[in-house]
Design a protein. Structure first.
Length: 72
């Protein structure tokens, strides 16, 4: 009887432990991602990472659709 009760607790503890350790396995940002520039992503896509100074210059002659995706 105790064995049936212990199994879910062990499984939940193992899942929580695995979730806590995943942060260390993430790759550090590349120099292009930090300083601004084109960043390739898995699946063949890419985006442009701009610095605040670059964004100010781009917004002066805004000829593009700007979406702020910052999450508070």
């Amino acid at each position: 009887m105790i064995r049936k009760q212990l199994l879910p607790v062990v499984l939940i503890a193992a899942a929580l432990l695995a979730a806590c350790g995943s942060y260390a396995l993430r790759a550090a940002p590349t120099a292009a991602a930090v300083s601004g520039g084109r960043v390739s992503v898995d699946g063949g896509g890419a985006y442009t990472n701009v610095t605040p100074a670059q964004l100010v210059e781009m917004l002066k002659g805004k000829d593009f659709f700007f979406v702020n995706t910052h999450t508070p």
